[in-house]
Design a protein around this ligand. Structure first.
Ligand SMILES: NC(=O)c1ccc[n+]([C@@H]2O[C@H](COP(=O)([O-])OP(=O)(O)OC[C@H]3O[C@@H](n4cnc5c(N)ncnc54)[C@H](OP(=O)(O)O)[C@@H]3O)[C@@H](O)[C@H]2O)c1
Length: 235
């Protein structure tokens, strides 16, 4: 299943998030995911594993498990690279062994002090807060992102709107008039869970299930793995 973006590009509704995947096992996880049927991978420079993901993608394409045009690869521009959009994108492409990205997102709409391409480390000011680079507007970053589309390095671009706005998903959807196309990108490094998560459409929740799920709501929010959320808006 896929949704169609404004520019006509199809985005598979189920993807594999690669945040917190570490080490040599990444290659096997990605290859297994492709064998199971995953075609959409959600990466980011900040996750510091683009090179390992890229190794797997290259092997999958070279050995004919999948064609490049059947994959949908997302990665993200980190805060410290807002002033170096082209170089950051080229660095991600090189690590991912790709000639173009299907989607390039501004990871957060905040520019912080430059720390070197691909480094994605954060500089803190004397108060321990993120050292914001006030010389780069989001508009400047966005124009540079549009430039990547013109150059053919990126097919679609987008920006993450949630979390920092301290609003609910519903409020953000209404405020920005966002189309309600839902994409899920669960992360798992375990083969059985990769399969289980991919086959999410082969069951339906009963009313009893829904009532049970409601009782789980603790009215709490945290930024721990497995509990976060965000809305990515694509152009
Ligand atoms: N959370 C955020 O703030 C955030 C922000 C930006 C982007 N993302 C993207 O979204 C992706 C997913 O986010 P996430 O890692 O926060 O949350 P998640 O996918 O909801 O949770 C991942 C955790 O759930 C476990 N898990 C996965 N499938 C399972 C299953 N079928 N049964 C039981 N446990 C299962 C995984 O363990 P095992 O690996 O051991 O299976 C892992 O510990 C990220 O990889 C990233 O690409 C997330």
């Amino acid at each position: 299943m896929a949704i169609t973006l404004n520019n006509g590009i199809k985005m598979p509704t189920i993807g594999l998030g690669v945040w917190r995947m570490e080490g040599k096992s990444i290659k096997e996880v990605i290859l297994n995911a492709i064998r199971i049927g995953y075609r959409h991978f959600d990466c980011a420079a900040k996750y510091q594993n683009e090179a390992e993901v890229g190794e797997a993608l290259a092997e999958a394409i070279q050995t004919g498990i999948v064609k490049r045009e059947d994959l949908f690869i997302t990665t993200k521009l980190w805060n410290s690279d807002h002033g170096h959009v082209l170089e950051a994108c080229e660095d991600s492409l090189k690590k991912l062994h790709l000639e173009y990205l299907d989607l390039y997102l501004v990871h957060f709409p905040i520019a912080s002090k430059f720390t070197g391409i691909g480094k994605t480390s954060s500089v803190k000011d004397e108060n321990g807060d993120l050292d914001i680079d006030t010389t780069i507007s989001l508009e400047t970053t966005w124009h540079a992102m549009e430039g990547l589309v013109s150059m053919g390095l990126v097919r679609s671009i987008g920006v993450r709107l949630a979390e920092k706005h301290n609003k609910t998903v519903a409020q953000i959807i209404l405020r920005w008039g966002i189309q309600r196309n839902i994409i899920v990108i669960p992360k798992s490094s375990k083969l059985e869970r990769l399969k289980e998560n991919f086959h999410v459409f082969d069951f339906e929740l009963t009313l009893k299930d829904m009532v049970s799920i409601r009782t789980v709501d603790q009215r709490l929010r945290s930024n721990q793995p497995g509990t976060g959320w965000g809305i990515d808006v694509y152009a």
